[in-house]
Design a protein around this ligand. Structure first.
Ligand SMILES: [Zn+2]
Length: 186
């Protein structure tokens, strides 16, 4: 017989030496399970469902940038949060994507167990496949609770990852323009 998620949290509390029956913890397994399910809701989403036809014909072939997208994720190694910002850009080739969709694509992948490197790559590949862009760039900067609260306890280190596809990879001018616009270059 397999346990439900709240029952697992009940066991975790016992494993930590706590008394799951004490008043303050009575509803904790249920609440923790619900919170964790929310933090992982990206598993129940899919790219077609998120994009949902919000691709519009456009002659614009200039870089489109969405900077400072808030990002909350969980590291798959410790199940601890990493929190930061994503900066996303693409160069359209006839189709542009609704702006809020970019943030929702970031969220879909962030709300799964992740490592920052793969998260960056998954966002870039998804945007590329949806828009057929001439180039896609994704930069993520995030602070990892597994570094700040445990292990090396480095409070001020931020991890930076980037994936550059197409024109952003091939042209240093394009890449520089993007990095400048997100304030990551002199
Ligand atoms: Zn970790």
């Amino acid at each position: 017989m397999s346990l439900s998620l709240p029952q697992h949290y009940h066991e975790i509390l016992k494993g930590l030496g706590e008394d799951p029956e004490r008043e303050g913890l009575l509803d904790t397994p249920k609440r923790a399970a619900k919170a964790m399910q929310y933090l992982c809701h990206g598993y129940s989403q899919s790219l077609p469902e998120i994009v949902n036809g919000a691709l519009f014909a456009s002659d614009n072939d200039e870089m489109v940038i969405v900077a400072d997208i808030e990002l909350y994720s969980l590291c798959e190694h410790h199940l601890l949060p990493f929190i930061g910002k994503a900066h996303v850009a693409y160069i359209p080739t006839g189709k542009v994507l609704g702006l809020s969709k970019i943030a929702r694509i970031v969220d879909m992948f962030a709300r799964r167990l992740q490592i920052q490197e793969n998260l960056t790559r998954e966002i870039a590949d998804a945007l590329q496949s949806v828009t057929q862009a001439a180039g896609v760039a994704v930069v993520i900067e995030a602070k990892h609770m597994c570094m700040m609260m445990r292990g090396v306890e480095k409070q001020n280190s931020t991890m930076h990852t980037s994936v550059m596809l197409g024109a952003f990879r091939d042209s240093s001018t394009t890449r520089q323009e993007f990095l400048q616009l997100i304030g990551r270059s002199k």
